[in-house]
Design a protein around this ligand. Sequence first.
Ligand code: 13P
Length: 254
Amino acid sequence: MNAKRAPLAIANWKMNKSPREAAAFLDEFLPRRSGFPEGVQVAIAPAFPALERVGRLLLHSGVLLGAQDVHTEAKGAHTGEVSAPMLKDLEVQLALVGHSERRRDRKEGESECGKKITRLLEAGIPAVYCVGETLEEREKGETDAVLTRQMTCFDAFPDGPPPGIVLAYEPVWAIGTGRAATPQMAQDAHRVLRGLLEKRYGAAHAEAIRILYGGSVTPANARELFSQPDIDGGLVGGASLVPKDFEAIVLAAG
Ligand code: 13P
């Protein structure tokens, strides 16, 4: 953590929780927010079918509404897809782009991610751009090269970083495995990412942009991870499905 950047904890529910289950979670989670540390931002990114209901329940709660993805085009013949203007209409306040599960399942690459961030920008929605290496890439010593390649998505923004952009370092081997990166491993990768931001946009932007860690964050390891100087919060999968666990992670971000 660094006092200059507001900590952020995002629940990425992935393909979990129907609208009804999401409402039951919020029933339990929202009353706890009076105890949240001041200055910590909290967001929940449900699956698309639950967005509207979650959005309604989060109204005036101070908890932000997030989406897990967005299409590269603003509208048109793309059956089953969801556009940035639609998310805007639902008052979505941030959206994930480039999650490793989409890179894996949908073969999403950097230029597609750049387009998605552009569509979000047009709709006034900040993106949370996810990067991270696979186990094979780490073992081959390619982590820095992979992060450098993934950061070329910002070639689409030569004049400055997209307003409100957040990065999320999510090593693929740590996601859903119970095997989080050590705080030092995560800090090293975050430092590399901040260095790449600095090279591209200068020190002031690099120091202002938040970089979250994701990959098996739990109530037990969150505090130590978040105490690293370049880790500004968490992007949380499994542990964010349980109200008291996500609450504990929010508290650890304070
Ligand atoms: P887990 O917290 O379940 O490892 O998932 C991390 C993640 O992918 C969040 O986007």
